[in-house]
Design a protein around this ligand. Structure first.
Ligand code: 3HC
Length: 309
């Protein structure tokens, strides 16, 4: 089949809401778009383990420590599903890691902020995983089969992450004045970077055109951001937290909140590597990737040995 016929057949499958599987013909541009997005998604899951891991030894109770350990372990698993989904497109794990370390590949802006107090762990679970759920529920209908299926599994675990974060914030808001202040401070520091997680405004998103043509995206950056805002504000109000946006206002006509403008200079500064923790996150990842080389070598040697018999 010549490439025009193949590409037409490909687009027809997309238009019929059929999944594209790894062995199907796909345009190179579709493949590279997915490798970019899925590998960056995977990087985000793994780098995201760092800010939370910072509080394992300081969790305020054994129960809190167990929950945090379970959550961080889940994130590592999410990274594995996503790296595996990306590998079906023909890129190796080594190449993806090299792209991360060289700065060619990004990871989510949100993980370049420090976790200064225990309330930050609550804010991350509630806001960051809450934002991730809104984005990932939509991605369950993405056109690439392995990615869509990975999302189904991840979303189930993400719900636990969001609930445990909200529980931390709710408990702190029922606590002492100092604990309430700590929770509000975490809200103030994480609210706007969480809105940035959904990406630039639709009109400033260079990838969204193709993402919609190929049904990689089902909802736009702004649609998902609005959905997150509308559901999260009521949760904040319920436990007495103030959303740090003086321009927040219910818009009855659109049945959603109008909100202040996001600081896109901060967004671009952070995703270009100049956020509060970018250098620390990368140095940590490089250090432990290098220290773990022997594990990968041993696993590869075992696999080779096993295949010899
Ligand atoms: N952080 C870093 N870079 C971002 C970003 C963010 N929040 N939002 C957008 N960008 C980058 C894009 O990667 C792209 O740069 P690139 O060309 O170098 O890749 C550029 O900004 C333009 O953005 P677009 O909106 O045009 O790009 P996309 O169409 O790829 O949309 C996205 C961006 C909405 C993040 C999309 O890639 C996506 O849905 N990705 C999957 C979800 C994901 O990666 N989530 C990260 C968080 S994972 C997480 O929170 C784990 C949880 O368990 C804690």
């Amino acid at each position: 089949m010549d490439s025009l016929v193949q590409t037409t057949a490909f687009q027809q499958k997309i238009d019929q809401d059929l999944n594209i599987e790894p062995k199907d013909h796909m345009p190179d541009a579709y493949r590279s778009h997915l490798i970019r997005q899925i590998s960056q998604h995977a990087h985000s899951e793994v780098i995201g383990m760092q800010p939370e891991g910072n509080w394992i030894t300081r969790a305020p109770s054994l129960r809190a420590k167990q929950i945090l350990l379970a959550k961080i372990q889940d994130e590592g698993g999410h990274g594995l599903y996503l790296y595996s989904a990306a590998e079906t497109l023909g890129i190796s794990r080594e190449e993806m890691i090299e792209q991360l370390h060289s700065g060619k590949a990004k990871y989510s802006n949100i993980f370049n902020y420090p976790t200064l107090t225990w309330a930050d762990i609550g804010a991350i679970g509630w806001l960051v995983d809450g934002a991730a759920i809104v984005n990932q529920v939509s991605l369950q209908r993405t056109s690439f089969g392995p990615y869509a299926r990975a999302m189904v599994r991840i979303c189930k675990e993400e719900s636990f992450h969001q609930r445990q974060g909200y529980e931390i914030m709710a408990n702190m808001m029922k606590g002492t004045a100092e604990q309430r202040e700590m929770a509000q401070d975490a809200m103030n520091r994480f609210w706007w970077p969480a809105l940035m997680m959904f990406g630039p405004h639709d009109g400033d998103s260079p990838h969204s055109g193709d993402a919609f043509l190929w049904k990689i995206k089902r909802k736009s950056n702004d649609e998902l951001r609005q959905k997150f805002i509308d559901k999260t504000i009521d949760q904040a109000t319920l436990i007495g937290l103030t959303v740090p946006d003086p321009e927040l206002k219910w818009n009855a006509e659109k049945e959603g909140y109008d909100h202040g403008e996001i600081d896109w200079d901060e967004f671009h500064r952070v995703i270009r590597g100049n956020g509060p923790c970018n250098k620390q996150r990368m140095a940590h990842h490089v250090k432990y990737h290098e220290e773990g080389a022997w594990v990968r070598e041993a696993a590869a040697a075992y696999k080779q040995r096993k295949n010899e018999f």
